[in-house]
Design a protein around this ligand. Structure first.
Ligand code: ADP
Ligand code: MG
Length: 375
C-alpha cells in the first residue's frame, strides 16, 4: 500500500516544524527520511501515523485520503527509538498484546505470535521478559509487536538509535532482509546517512522543516542537489571563491560554471570529494594546485592524505589507493600538486539563509552539472 504526502505543513506555535513537505512511498518500498535532529522527521511520521494533525496538506494511503482518519483506522504499525515493551509481560505477551486488545481468538493469537517469533529469530525466547533480552533483541520484539496486526504500512522512528554501532549494523542488514521477505511499505527515520543509504530504496533528505532532495541512494550520492546535502553526507572538501563570468578560480586553476556564464561577480562554494582529488609529484596542466602533506593515514582499505594548500593554507583531504600512495612515496612536509577531477559549484556563500526556518539552499537551484576544470 503506497503512502502519498501532499504539501504538508505543521507549526507548533510560531515554530514551523514542517513546511510544504511532499513525497511518496510506493507500495512495498523502504523509504528513509534522513535529516539532522530537529528537521521535522518525527513530526512527519506522527502525522502519517495519525498521532499528530497537519495544519495543511493531505496524507493518502493507496489513493484514499486518510488525513482525517484516527490512528486506529490507518492500519499502520509504529516502532519508536525507545519502544518501551511492557516489562511485566513476556516476549509472547508483548507481541500478542495488540491482538488481545482487539479480541482476536486465543488460538489465532498463538499462531501469529509463533510466526512472528520465527520471523524475528527469537525461537525459544517467547517466555522471556524484556529485562532478559539484549537491546537489539528488544527492538526486534518491538518490531514484531508492530507487525502483529498485519499493518499495511510500517513506520520506524530511529529504531536502532539507542544501540551500539555493531548491533546497529547487524540489525540494519536484518531489517533489510526482513523487509524483502514481508514487503510491507516502510518509512524509516534516521539521522545517519550510512544507515539510510544501506537500507533504503529511496531517500528523502530533510533539513529545517523542508525536503532538500528525494532520490535513490545512488542518485543522491552522485548528485547532491544542494550545499546542505553535500555537507550533510560528509567527507567532502569545501572551497569558497567567486564566480566571475562563468569561471571560479581555485588556486591556479579555473573551474567553468556554464550556468553562471553571465554572472559578473558572485560568491560561490565548490565541493570536491576526497577520491576526486588526484595527487601528483610534479605540476602539470591538470595538477596545478600546490599543497603540503600534513598527515598520511593508511589504516583501512585506502590512504587518506591531509594536505594544506600552499597559496591560502586551506585544508584539503585526498583519498588514494594503497598502490597510488606507495608509487608517490609520500613524505610529510613534501609539496605535491593537486588535480580536482570533479567539482560541483553552487552560487552563494553556502551558509543557511537568514530566516532559519526557510529553505537551506542558497545555491543556484536544481542539480548543477559537474564543472569542467581547466589547468
Ligand atoms: P526530528 O525528528 O527530525 O528530530 P521533530 O519532528 O521531532 O524533529 O521536531 C522538529 C521541531 O519541532 C523541533 O525543533 C521540535 O522542538 C519541534 N517540536 C516537535 N514537536 C513539538 C511539540 N509538540 N511542541 C512544540 N515543538 C515541537
Ligand atoms: Mg525525531
Amino acid at each position: 500500500m503506497s503512502i502519498l504526502i501532499n504539501n504538508v505543513s505543521k507549526s507548533f506555535g510560531n515554530f514551523r516544524a514542517l513546511d510544504d513537505v511532499s513525497f511518496e512511498a510506493p507500495t512495498g518500498a523502504l523509504v528513509a527520511l534522513l535529516g539532522p535532529s530537529g528537521s521535522g522527521k518525527t513530526t512527519l511520521l506522527r502525522i502519517i501515523a495519525g498521532l499528530e494533525v497537519a495544519d495543511r496538506g493531505t496524507v493518502l494511503q493507496e489513493q484514499e485520503d486518510i488525513t482525517s482518519f484516527s490512528a486506529r483506522d490507518r492500519k499502520i504499525g509504529f516502532v519508536f527509538q525507545h519502544y518501551a515493551l511492557f516489562r511485566h509481560m513476556t516476549v509472547a505477551q508483548n507481541i500478542g498484546y495488540g491482538l488481545k486488545v482487539r479480541k482476536t481468538p486465543k488460538e489465532k493469537i498463538r499462531e501469529r505470535v509463533d510466526e512472528l517469533i520465527k520471523l524475528i529469530r527469537l525461537d525459544g525466547m517467547q517466555g522471556r521478559y524484556p529485562s532478559q533480552l539484549s537491546g537489539g533483541q528488544r527492538q526486534r520484539v518491538a518490531l514484531a509487536r508492530a507487525l502483529a496486526a498485519e499493518p499495511k504500512v510500517l513506520l520506524l522512528d530511529e529504531p536502532f538509535g539507542a544501540l551500539d554501532a555493531n548491533v546497529r549494523q547487524e540489525l540494519r542488514k536484518w531489517l533489510r532482509h526482513l523487509h524483502d521477505e514481508i514487503q510491507v511499505t516502510s518509512i524509516f527515520v534516521t539521522h545517519d546517512q550510512e544507515e539510510a543509504f544501506e537500507l533504503a530504496d529511496r531517500v528523502v533528505v530533510m533539513n529545517q522543516a523542508r525536503v532538500e532532495q528525494i532520490g535513490t541512494p545512488d542518485e543522491i550520492y552522485d548528485n547532491p542537489a544542494t550545499p546542505f546535502v553535500y555537507s550533510f553526507l560528509g567527507n567532502v572538501n569545501l572551497f569558497h571563491g567567486r564566480i566571475r563570468h562563468g569561471r571560479l578560480g581555485l588556486g591556479n586553476t579555473e573551474v567553468f560554471v556554464p550556468e553562471h556564464a553571465t554572472t559578473p561577480d558572485a560568491p560561490a562554494v565548490a565541493y570536491v570529494r576526497p577520491h576526486e582529488v588526484k595527487v601528483r609529484v610534479r605540476a602539470n596542466a591538470a595538477a596545478s594546485i600546490p599543497a603540503t602533506i600534513q598527515r598520511v593515514n593508511s589504516a583501512g582499505p585506502t590512504v587518506q592524505l591531509e594536505l594544506t594548500r600552499v597559496d591560502d593554507s586551506t585544508p584539503l583531504t585526498a583519498e588514494l589507493s594503497k598502490e597510488e600512495s606507495s608509487e608517490l612515496n609520500l613524505t610529510i612536509g613534501a609539496t605535491v600538486y593537486v588535480e580536482l577531477t570533479k567539482v560541483r559549484v553552487f552560487a552563494g556563500d553556502g551558509s543557511p539563509p537568514e530566516d532559519g526556518n526557510g529553505p537551506a539552499s542558497t545555491g543556484s537551484g536544481g542539480t548543477p552539472p559537474a564543472a569542467a576544470v581547466s589547468g
